[in-house]
Structure formats: C-alpha cells, structure tokens
Design a protein around this ligand. Structure first.
Ligand SMILES: [Zn+2]
Length: 299
C-alpha cells in the first residue's frame, strides 16, 4: 500500500516538474520575443533607444531567471524511469536541482553584468546616431556638431552640457530648417537645481566641520552651486568614526586626497590637431569623465 502511494507521488511529482520546466522555458522565450517585438514596434529611433536603455537588461534578467527555474525543474526529473521512492536520493536530487538552477542564474547575471553592457552600448549607439528622418518631408536629417548646436539650445541646456550631466543631440533638416532636439544622459552626474530645474547643481567645495574621532562621528558639509542660475545649497553628511574607517582604508585615503584638490584641468589633444579643455572640481569627476570620454562624440 505504502509502495504504491509513493509511486503515485513520484509520478505526480515528475509530471509537475516536467510541466514546470516547459512552462519556465516558454516564459523565458516569451519575455525575449515580446521585448524585441516592442522594440521593433517603436518607429522613433530615440524611443527605441530609451526603451532599450531602460528595459533590455531588466527583461533579459527575468528571462535568465526563468531559464534558471526551468533548469531546476529539469534536474528534478532526472532518473524518473526508476520509480522506487528513496527519501535520501529524492532530497539530494532536489538539492542538486536548486544548486544547478542557482548556478545558471548566476552565470546569467555575470553575462548581463560584464559581457552584455558592451553589446548594449553598441546597440544604443546605433540607434542614437542613425540618421533621423523629417516626419513632414521624409528628408534625411543631419546631426549637428557640438560647436554648431548651441544656437538651438537654450542657456540652461547649454549649462547642463557644460557640466556633462545631460548631452543634447540636435538634428536638422537643412532643406526646411526643421530641427529635433534629443536629450541623452551625460557623462557625469549633477543634481537638479531646485530653483531653475536644470541638472546643473555641482559640488564646489567640501568642508570638514568636525573631524571624526575614535569615539564620535564627524561632520562634513558639501557646498553645491548651480552652474546655470547660481543658486547655492549646502548639505551636511556624517563621517563614520575613525575605528569604522579602518575597515575601509582605500576610501579613507581617496577622500582625504580629494579634499586637498581645488581644481583639476584636463586638456585633450586629438590626432587631428584639435584641443579640448575641461575643468573639474575634484579628481573623482575628472577620472570618471576620462573613463567615459568618447573621441568620436567630441568631433
Ligand atoms: Zn539653477
């Protein structure tokens, strides 16, 4: 009696696992297909760009999770031909299934974190720089160079470009004069100004009011200034106690190094003889900018 109940349970268990595996893999395929259908349904290149940038990694992550769950289900159907129930064997197999699913999910997350961003970047560049079409006339439009585009941007936009928080692309139909301005994330972060609304708030100075000691937290004030309208803001931060710092030595050294620096000037000379000059308020920003510096984009 017990024997047949166990076999009944095993048969049902294997059926559920089998259906679960197929369903999970189907869900992964559906996520992938629906994502790509939605991208191709968007006719505007800028909209495609935004949709891909916002969703692609997220959706592919869900697809990988579904595959991982599917793999766990498949492993749980291993050896289903032998129908005798052995509790140890049964639970070992569940454990291996969980480990296998986790491994597949982990590999997926590594792919999305380290390999995929480069591909995504190429894809995004393709849509960003593909010739825009004037919707009224069907004419091909031209992307203006940085030095040509300023007349089409208002002063706040120019200020945002100057602090690298936002990058504007201006497309022009040279026959009709029709322009299209597109907004892209810039190379550097800046806060939004409460006064003018542009992303032009930058740290101009950091001040340690009270250095941290071994027993008490310190106080740090960051002074921000809007690079467009000039309004200022100061925000107070806690600095961890000295003893906590010992666990984060590199951060401590970097922080102290930066407070000594007032201005970092970066000159970039291109192979064609052009020169660009940039000012930064601290080493971190300059480094970050250089890491993301793109020669093609500066012309
Ligand atoms: Zn402002």
């Amino acid at each position: 009696m017990e024997e047949s109940t166990n076999s009944g349970f095993l048969i049902l268990f294997h059926q559920v696992m089998f259906i679960g595996a197929i369903a999970s893999l189907a869900v992964a395929i559906i996520i992938y297909v629906v994502h790509n259908l939605r991208v191709s349904a968007l006719k505007d290149f800028k909209q495609k760009y935004d949709y891909i940038r916002r969703n692609e990694i997220k959706h592919y992550k869900y697809a990988f999770i579904s595959i991982a769950v599917g793999v766990a289900f498949i492993i749980n159907t291993y050896g289903r031909g032998s129908l005798s129930f052995d509790a140890v064997w049964f639970f070992v197999r569940i454990f291996i299934a969980l480990a296998g699913g986790t491994l597949v999910g982990y590999i997926g997350s590594l792919v999305l974190q380290y390999y995929y961003p480069t591909r995504l970047d190429k894809k995004l560049k393709k849509w960003r720089y593909m010739s825009r079409i004037n919707p009224e006339t069907g004419n091909k439009m031209r992307l203006l160079r940085e030095d040509e585009e300023d007349v089409h941007l208002d002063e706040g936009m120019q200020a945002e470009e100057e602090v690298f928080s936002v990058d504007y692309d201006v497309w022009i139909d040279e026959d009709s004069g029709y322009t299209k301005v597109e907004k892209y994330p810039g190379h550097l972060e800046a806060l939004q100004c409460n006064n003018c609304g542009f992303f032009t708030m930058k740290i101009v100075r950091e001040e340690i009011i009270e250095p941290p000691t071994e027993t008490s937290e310190g106080e740090l004030v960051k002074h921000y200034e809007c690079q467009y309208c000039g309004s200022i803001r100061a925000t107070q931060f806690h600095i961890a106690k000295e003893e906590d710092y010992d666990h984060y030595k590199p951060g401590k050294v970097e922080f102290r190094k930066n407070t000594m620096v007032n201005l970092v000037k970066v000159d970039i000379h291109s192979s064609t003889g052009g020169k660009k000059s940039y000012d930064f308020q601290n080493v971190e920003q300059a480094q970050k900018f250089l890491e993301e510096f793109d020669f093609e984009k500066t012309q």
